[in-house]
Write a protein of this length. Structure first.
Ligand code: SF4
Ligand SMILES: [Zn+2]
Length: 327
């Protein structure tokens, strides 16, 4: 039996720390259950399973109940992040009267982070937001071919640039999300893609969050992964990209499912120490925090880089070679 969702409660809420005004502060993360991402209704992005968190029947009254419930747990954290598994600036997801109520309730926060696709970032939609707003955009890659064929993003880098300029015009901050290893890129190509994307996004962003792809349920990535045609990135690849980023906007990563089979992972022995190094670097920005020493699995990573490039394939070469499917 499918359990009926409680649409009067947020999808999730937790506390964490993040940076605001150059220091580490307490943050509250609120994920509202909304009607969902507009792009998701046209099939959505290849790696995104967020539509499972949405419900087309959510009403404005239920959004208000979700907010009431969140306020009971709000302890005045200076940094508030409000996610919707879609676009906060899409009025179909977040109706204007509800948006205004929410902004009023969190008016004492010194920093507010919301997410939006570029098509909803307009001078009009931004005029409703406080100056302390940071908007996060899932740019994912600076390569329009990757955006179109690999991510299926439904917008282009030109759309991103237009949004970034609109945010700048309003004096608001931009956090750019980039993917590490969208489908159909092998490990080496994924590293190159992430490096060039960081370099591109640096010109427009105040912060860059590098998100290694994790295998979410009901997605194309999951179907590829199940048949051995996709492996989430290695943690060594994440380190490689972060260590080689030129100084610029704050670079962070907080990998979902890190260390698990569905997330960015290595051999299981060294995963925890690398994830901790990435976490530390995300706050300190000190490259030395990424120096983690070696592990025997580094050879396996090097081999998978070579195999993917040599065979010109993005499949999980280790799995196929072990199964004797590639000779
Ligand atoms: S990644 Fe973002 S834009 Fe793409 S389908 Fe998911 S919520 Fe929508
Ligand atoms: Zn290892």
């Amino acid at each position: 039996m499918v359990r009926k969702r409680d649409l009067d409660r947020p999808e999730a809420l937790w506390k964490e720390t993040d940076m605001s005004r150059g220091r580490q502060v307490d943050a509250m993360v609120l994920i509202l259950r909304t009607q969902g991402c507009s792009w998701s209704r046209s099939g959505g992005c290849n790696m995104c399973g967020y539509n499972t968190a949405s419900d087309s029947e959510v009403t404005e009254a239920q959004l208000l109940s979700q907010l009431d419930s969140a306020m009971e747990r709000y302890d005045g954290e200076p940094f508030v992040k409000v996610y919707t598994s879609g676009s906060f600036l899409d009025e179909r997801e977040i109706p204007a009267p509800f948006r205004d109520e929410l902004l009023q309730r969190f008016s004492s926060a010194e920093r507010l982070l919301v997410e939006s696709r570029p098509e909803f970032i307009t001078p009009d939609s931004l005029s409703a937001m406080p100056a302390a707003t940071t908007v996060a955009i899932g740019l994912e890659s600076s390569d329009d071919e990757v955006l179109r064929h690999s991510v299926r993003k439904g917008f282009t880098t030109a759309d991103f640039v237009r949004s970034a300029e609109a945010l700048k015009e309003e004096g608001m901050m931009l956090r750019s999300y980039l993917l590490l290893k969208p489908p159909f890129l092998n490990e080496a190509a994924a590293i190159d893609d992430a490096k060039s994307s960081i370099s591109f996004a640096s010109s427009y962003s105040d912060e860059i969050s590098l998100n290694p792809v994790n295998v979410q349920r009901g997605t194309l990535v999951e179907r590829l992964w199940k048949r051995g045609d996709y492996r989430p990135p290695w943690l060594w690849s994440l380190l490689e990209v972060m260590m080689n980023a030129a100084p610029g906007p704050r670079l962070m990563s907080s990998p979902s499912g890190g260390g698990s089979r569905r997330g960015v992972h290595n051999c299981g022995e060294c995963d925890a120490k690398i994830l901790e190094a990435v976490r530390a670097f995300s706050f300190s920005q000190r490259p030395e925090d990424l120096e983690v020493g070696g592990c025997t699995c580094r050879k396996g990573w090097a081999r998978s880089l070579q195999d993917g490039a040599r065979l010109q394939t993005a499949v999980d070469t280790d799995r196929h070679l072990d199964d004797g499917l590639i000779i």
